[in-house]
Design a protein around this ligand. Structure first.
Ligand SMILES: Nc1ncnc2c1ncn2[C@@H]1O[C@H](COP(=O)(O)OP(=O)(O)OP(=O)(O)O)[C@@H](O)[C@H]1O
Length: 300
Protein backbone atom coordinates (compact mmCIF):
# COMPACT_ATOMS: atom_id res chain seq x y z
CA UNK A 1 0.00 0.00 0.00
CA UNK A 2 1.36 3.45 -0.84
CA UNK A 3 1.02 6.31 1.58
CA UNK A 4 0.36 9.87 0.56
CA UNK A 5 3.07 12.22 1.88
CA UNK A 6 1.76 14.35 4.72
CA UNK A 7 3.09 16.61 7.41
CA UNK A 8 4.67 14.74 10.34
CA UNK A 9 1.97 13.55 12.67
CA UNK A 10 -0.70 13.49 10.00
CA UNK A 11 -0.13 10.10 8.42
CA UNK A 12 -3.20 7.92 8.70
CA UNK A 13 -2.98 4.52 10.32
CA UNK A 14 -2.44 1.88 7.68
CA UNK A 15 -4.77 -1.13 7.97
CA UNK A 16 -2.97 -4.36 7.21
CA UNK A 17 0.49 -2.93 7.92
CA UNK A 18 2.34 -3.82 11.12
CA UNK A 19 2.13 -1.38 14.05
CA UNK A 20 4.37 1.67 13.66
CA UNK A 21 7.21 1.40 16.20
CA UNK A 22 7.84 5.16 15.99
CA UNK A 23 4.31 6.03 17.09
CA UNK A 24 3.41 6.68 20.72
CA UNK A 25 0.36 4.46 20.21
CA UNK A 26 -0.11 2.16 17.23
CA UNK A 27 -3.24 0.02 16.89
CA UNK A 28 -4.08 -2.45 14.10
CA UNK A 29 -7.30 -4.40 13.76
CA UNK A 30 -8.24 -4.06 17.44
CA UNK A 31 -11.29 -6.06 18.47
CA UNK A 32 -12.86 -6.29 21.92
CA UNK A 33 -16.08 -8.21 22.44
CA UNK A 34 -18.42 -8.32 25.39
CA UNK A 35 -20.52 -11.41 24.82
CA UNK A 36 -21.39 -11.43 21.13
CA UNK A 37 -21.26 -7.64 20.85
CA UNK A 38 -18.06 -5.96 19.60
CA UNK A 39 -17.36 -2.80 21.64
CA UNK A 40 -14.26 -2.21 19.48
CA UNK A 41 -14.61 -3.61 16.01
CA UNK A 42 -11.41 -3.54 13.94
CA UNK A 43 -9.77 -0.28 14.97
CA UNK A 44 -6.63 1.11 13.24
CA UNK A 45 -5.02 4.17 14.76
CA UNK A 46 -1.59 5.79 15.07
CA UNK A 47 -0.89 8.52 17.59
CA UNK A 48 2.41 10.29 16.97
CA UNK A 49 4.90 11.15 19.66
CA UNK A 50 4.38 14.67 20.96
CA UNK A 51 0.86 15.17 19.67
CA UNK A 52 -2.39 15.76 21.50
CA UNK A 53 -4.96 13.39 20.07
CA UNK A 54 -8.63 13.72 21.02
CA UNK A 55 -10.80 10.63 20.80
CA UNK A 56 -14.42 11.65 20.35
CA UNK A 57 -17.55 9.55 20.16
CA UNK A 58 -20.99 9.13 21.68
CA UNK A 59 -21.66 7.18 24.87
CA UNK A 60 -20.85 3.53 24.32
CA UNK A 61 -18.74 4.12 21.18
CA UNK A 62 -15.77 2.22 22.63
CA UNK A 63 -13.48 5.05 23.81
CA UNK A 64 -12.90 3.82 27.36
CA UNK A 65 -12.45 0.24 26.18
CA UNK A 66 -9.80 1.36 23.67
CA UNK A 67 -8.01 3.58 26.16
CA UNK A 68 -8.01 0.90 28.88
CA UNK A 69 -6.55 -1.65 26.45
CA UNK A 70 -3.78 0.86 25.68
CA UNK A 71 -3.17 1.39 29.40
CA UNK A 72 -2.86 -2.36 29.95
CA UNK A 73 -6.01 -2.58 32.08
CA UNK A 74 -8.15 -4.62 29.66
CA UNK A 75 -7.33 -7.55 27.46
CA UNK A 76 -8.31 -7.72 23.80
CA UNK A 77 -9.81 -10.37 21.56
CA UNK A 78 -7.85 -9.58 18.39
CA UNK A 79 -5.51 -7.07 16.85
CA UNK A 80 -2.11 -5.61 17.62
CA UNK A 81 -1.38 -2.74 19.98
CA UNK A 82 1.92 -1.01 20.74
CA UNK A 83 2.16 1.72 23.32
CA UNK A 84 5.59 3.36 23.50
CA UNK A 85 6.78 0.36 21.49
CA UNK A 86 5.45 -2.23 23.96
CA UNK A 87 2.41 -4.54 23.84
CA UNK A 88 0.30 -3.31 26.80
CA UNK A 89 -0.74 -6.90 27.55
CA UNK A 90 2.91 -7.54 28.43
CA UNK A 91 3.95 -4.12 29.76
CA UNK A 92 6.16 -4.29 32.85
CA UNK A 93 6.86 -1.80 35.63
CA UNK A 94 9.31 0.32 33.61
CA UNK A 95 6.80 0.67 30.80
CA UNK A 96 3.99 1.55 33.23
CA UNK A 97 6.19 4.24 34.80
CA UNK A 98 6.26 6.00 31.42
CA UNK A 99 2.48 6.38 31.38
CA UNK A 100 0.44 8.96 33.23
CA UNK A 101 -3.24 8.30 33.76
CA UNK A 102 -5.79 10.91 34.80
CA UNK A 103 -8.98 9.06 35.57
CA UNK A 104 -12.52 10.38 35.82
CA UNK A 105 -12.79 9.53 39.52
CA UNK A 106 -10.63 11.81 41.61
CA UNK A 107 -8.12 11.01 44.32
CA UNK A 108 -9.24 13.91 46.46
CA UNK A 109 -10.87 12.12 49.40
CA UNK A 110 -7.62 11.45 51.22
CA UNK A 111 -6.68 12.57 54.73
CA UNK A 112 -3.21 13.43 53.39
CA UNK A 113 -2.32 16.93 52.31
CA UNK A 114 -1.98 17.77 48.64
CA UNK A 115 1.83 17.89 48.90
CA UNK A 116 1.95 14.60 50.85
CA UNK A 117 -0.16 12.88 48.23
CA UNK A 118 2.09 14.12 45.45
CA UNK A 119 5.29 13.22 47.31
CA UNK A 120 3.94 9.72 47.96
CA UNK A 121 3.09 9.30 44.26
CA UNK A 122 6.49 10.71 43.21
CA UNK A 123 8.27 8.11 45.37
CA UNK A 124 7.09 5.33 43.03
CA UNK A 125 9.12 6.73 40.12
CA UNK A 126 12.82 6.67 39.32
CA UNK A 127 12.92 10.21 37.94
CA UNK A 128 9.88 12.10 39.24
CA UNK A 129 9.15 15.78 38.81
CA UNK A 130 9.64 17.97 41.89
CA UNK A 131 6.21 17.93 43.63
CA UNK A 132 6.40 21.68 44.30
CA UNK A 133 7.08 22.38 40.62
CA UNK A 134 4.09 20.23 39.71
CA UNK A 135 1.90 22.12 42.18
CA UNK A 136 3.01 25.35 40.55
CA UNK A 137 2.29 23.97 37.07
CA UNK A 138 -1.28 22.96 37.99
CA UNK A 139 -1.91 26.12 40.03
CA UNK A 140 -2.27 24.40 43.42
CA UNK A 141 0.71 25.92 45.26
CA UNK A 142 -1.57 27.72 47.69
CA UNK A 143 -3.35 24.45 48.47
CA UNK A 144 -0.16 22.44 49.15
CA UNK A 145 -1.03 22.01 52.83
CA UNK A 146 -4.77 21.43 52.34
CA UNK A 147 -6.36 18.00 52.82
CA UNK A 148 -7.61 16.46 49.58
CA UNK A 149 -11.20 16.35 50.81
CA UNK A 150 -11.29 20.13 51.41
CA UNK A 151 -10.61 20.92 47.73
CA UNK A 152 -13.28 22.13 45.31
CA UNK A 153 -14.25 19.90 42.37
CA UNK A 154 -12.01 21.81 39.96
CA UNK A 155 -9.09 21.75 42.40
CA UNK A 156 -9.48 17.99 42.77
CA UNK A 157 -9.23 17.57 39.02
CA UNK A 158 -6.03 19.60 39.07
CA UNK A 159 -4.76 17.33 41.80
CA UNK A 160 -5.66 14.34 39.61
CA UNK A 161 -3.60 15.86 36.80
CA UNK A 162 -0.74 16.63 39.20
CA UNK A 163 -0.75 12.97 40.33
CA UNK A 164 -0.82 11.89 36.68
CA UNK A 165 2.23 13.94 35.66
CA UNK A 166 4.49 13.83 38.73
CA UNK A 167 6.16 10.66 37.40
CA UNK A 168 7.24 12.59 34.26
CA UNK A 169 5.20 10.42 31.86
CA UNK A 170 6.02 10.37 28.17
CA UNK A 171 2.39 9.57 27.42
CA UNK A 172 -0.55 10.98 29.36
CA UNK A 173 -4.11 9.65 29.19
CA UNK A 174 -6.72 12.27 30.03
CA UNK A 175 -10.25 10.95 30.48
CA UNK A 176 -12.88 13.72 30.49
CA UNK A 177 -10.42 16.00 32.28
CA UNK A 178 -12.53 19.15 32.64
CA UNK A 179 -15.94 17.75 33.60
CA UNK A 180 -17.35 20.04 36.27
CA UNK A 181 -14.92 22.89 35.65
CA UNK A 182 -16.11 26.48 35.52
CA UNK A 183 -15.17 28.35 32.31
CA UNK A 184 -12.16 30.06 33.85
CA UNK A 185 -10.82 26.80 35.32
CA UNK A 186 -11.19 25.15 31.89
CA UNK A 187 -9.13 27.88 30.23
CA UNK A 188 -6.46 27.52 32.90
CA UNK A 189 -6.49 23.77 32.46
CA UNK A 190 -6.09 24.13 28.70
CA UNK A 191 -3.04 26.28 29.20
CA UNK A 192 -1.63 23.62 31.53
CA UNK A 193 -2.13 20.99 28.83
CA UNK A 194 -0.36 23.21 26.30
CA UNK A 195 2.57 23.63 28.72
CA UNK A 196 2.79 19.84 29.00
CA UNK A 197 2.86 19.57 25.22
CA UNK A 198 5.73 22.02 25.12
CA UNK A 199 7.56 19.73 27.55
CA UNK A 200 7.15 16.97 24.94
CA UNK A 201 4.35 14.92 26.54
CA UNK A 202 2.11 12.96 24.15
CA UNK A 203 -1.54 13.10 25.23
CA UNK A 204 -4.58 11.01 24.46
CA UNK A 205 -7.64 12.97 25.47
CA UNK A 206 -11.21 11.67 25.59
CA UNK A 207 -13.81 14.37 25.90
CA UNK A 208 -17.42 15.18 25.14
CA UNK A 209 -16.56 18.89 24.97
CA UNK A 210 -15.97 19.60 21.31
CA UNK A 211 -14.64 23.09 21.96
CA UNK A 212 -12.02 21.46 24.18
CA UNK A 213 -11.00 19.08 21.39
CA UNK A 214 -10.84 22.00 18.98
CA UNK A 215 -8.72 24.10 21.35
CA UNK A 216 -6.26 21.42 22.32
CA UNK A 217 -6.03 18.62 19.81
CA UNK A 218 -3.56 18.38 16.95
CA UNK A 219 -5.86 15.70 15.53
CA UNK A 220 -9.24 14.31 16.44
CA UNK A 221 -10.61 10.84 15.79
CA UNK A 222 -14.34 10.16 15.82
CA UNK A 223 -15.24 6.70 17.08
CA UNK A 224 -18.66 5.25 16.27
CA UNK A 225 -19.74 1.67 16.91
CA UNK A 226 -16.19 0.62 17.74
CA UNK A 227 -14.70 1.91 14.49
CA UNK A 228 -13.02 5.14 13.51
CA UNK A 229 -15.35 7.19 11.36
CA UNK A 230 -12.62 9.71 10.56
CA UNK A 231 -9.27 11.07 11.76
CA UNK A 232 -8.24 14.61 10.81
CA UNK A 233 -7.08 17.94 12.13
CA UNK A 234 -9.99 19.66 13.90
CA UNK A 235 -10.38 22.30 11.20
CA UNK A 236 -10.74 19.71 8.42
CA UNK A 237 -12.78 16.90 9.92
CA UNK A 238 -16.12 16.11 8.31
CA UNK A 239 -15.28 18.31 5.30
CA UNK A 240 -15.20 21.41 7.50
CA UNK A 241 -12.30 22.98 5.64
CA UNK A 242 -14.21 23.08 2.35
CA UNK A 243 -17.76 23.54 3.66
CA UNK A 244 -19.58 26.68 2.47
CA UNK A 245 -19.60 29.69 4.78
CA UNK A 246 -22.86 31.09 6.08
CA UNK A 247 -23.13 34.89 5.87
CA UNK A 248 -25.87 36.52 7.91
CA UNK A 249 -26.96 40.15 8.29
CA UNK A 250 -30.05 42.24 9.00
CA UNK A 251 -31.83 44.01 6.16
CA UNK A 252 -35.24 45.72 6.04
CA UNK A 253 -35.84 44.65 9.63
CA UNK A 254 -35.37 40.92 8.90
CA UNK A 255 -32.48 38.49 9.48
CA UNK A 256 -31.01 37.26 6.15
CA UNK A 257 -28.65 34.34 5.61
CA UNK A 258 -26.81 33.03 2.56
CA UNK A 259 -24.47 30.09 1.98
CA UNK A 260 -21.45 30.85 -0.15
CA UNK A 261 -18.15 29.28 -1.16
CA UNK A 262 -16.68 32.78 -1.66
CA UNK A 263 -17.55 34.72 1.50
CA UNK A 264 -15.03 37.50 0.87
CA UNK A 265 -16.57 38.39 -2.51
CA UNK A 266 -20.07 38.01 -1.08
CA UNK A 267 -19.37 40.37 1.82
CA UNK A 268 -17.77 42.88 -0.56
CA UNK A 269 -20.95 42.94 -2.67
CA UNK A 270 -23.07 43.19 0.44
CA UNK A 271 -20.96 46.08 1.78
CA UNK A 272 -21.54 47.99 -1.46
CA UNK A 273 -25.31 47.91 -0.81
CA UNK A 274 -25.07 49.61 2.59
CA UNK A 275 -23.83 53.13 3.23
CA UNK A 276 -21.95 52.19 6.41
CA UNK A 277 -21.58 48.97 8.38
CA UNK A 278 -23.60 45.96 7.23
CA UNK A 279 -26.04 45.56 10.15
CA UNK A 280 -25.27 42.55 12.43
CA UNK A 281 -22.88 41.02 9.89
CA UNK A 282 -21.58 37.56 10.78
CA UNK A 283 -19.67 34.97 8.75
CA UNK A 284 -19.51 31.45 10.10
CA UNK A 285 -18.41 27.96 9.07
CA UNK A 286 -19.69 24.69 10.54
CA UNK A 287 -18.30 24.16 14.03
CA UNK A 288 -16.66 20.94 15.10
CA UNK A 289 -19.88 20.24 16.97
CA UNK A 290 -21.95 20.70 13.78
CA UNK A 291 -19.88 18.22 11.77
CA UNK A 292 -19.51 15.81 14.68
CA UNK A 293 -23.26 15.60 15.24
CA UNK A 294 -23.77 15.04 11.53
CA UNK A 295 -21.15 12.27 11.41
CA UNK A 296 -22.66 10.56 14.43
CA UNK A 297 -26.17 11.00 13.08
CA UNK A 298 -25.21 9.49 9.71
CA UNK A 299 -23.89 6.38 11.47
CA UNK A 300 -26.62 5.77 14.04
N1 LIG B 1 -17.15 -4.67 31.29
C1 LIG B 1 -18.09 -4.64 30.35
N2 LIG B 1 -18.96 -5.65 30.17
C2 LIG B 1 -19.88 -5.63 29.20
N3 LIG B 1 -20.04 -4.62 28.31
C3 LIG B 1 -19.19 -3.57 28.44
C4 LIG B 1 -18.18 -3.53 29.46
N4 LIG B 1 -17.50 -2.35 29.31
C5 LIG B 1 -18.07 -1.70 28.27
N5 LIG B 1 -19.08 -2.44 27.74
C6 LIG B 1 -19.90 -2.05 26.57
O1 LIG B 1 -19.04 -1.77 25.49
C7 LIG B 1 -19.49 -0.63 24.76
C8 LIG B 1 -18.41 0.44 24.73
O2 LIG B 1 -18.23 0.95 26.05
P1 LIG B 1 -17.14 2.06 26.40
O3 LIG B 1 -17.19 2.26 27.89
O4 LIG B 1 -15.83 1.68 25.81
O5 LIG B 1 -17.75 3.33 25.62
P2 LIG B 1 -17.33 4.87 25.73
O6 LIG B 1 -17.16 5.33 24.32
O7 LIG B 1 -16.17 5.05 26.64
O8 LIG B 1 -18.64 5.52 26.35
P3 LIG B 1 -18.84 6.81 27.34
O9 LIG B 1 -18.72 8.04 26.49
O10 LIG B 1 -20.24 6.60 27.83
O11 LIG B 1 -17.79 6.72 28.44
C9 LIG B 1 -20.78 -0.19 25.44
O12 LIG B 1 -21.85 -0.73 24.73
C10 LIG B 1 -20.69 -0.79 26.83
O13 LIG B 1 -21.97 -1.08 27.33
Amino acid sequence: MTRTPAAPGLLPAAPGEPPDPEAAISIRGLVKRYGDRAAVDGLDLDIRRGEIFALLGPNGAGKTTTVEICEGYRDRDAGEVRVLGVDPARGGRRWKAELGIVLQSGAGDSQLSVRELLSAQASYYADPRDPDEVLELVGLTEKAGARGRTLSGGQRRRLDVALGIVGRPRLLFLDEPTTGFDPEARRQFWSLIRSLRELGTTMLLTTHYLDEAEELADRVGVLAHGQLAEVAVPTAIGGRGTAPAVVSWTEDGARRTAETATPTAFVAELAARFPGEVPDLAVSRPTLEDVYLKMIGDRS
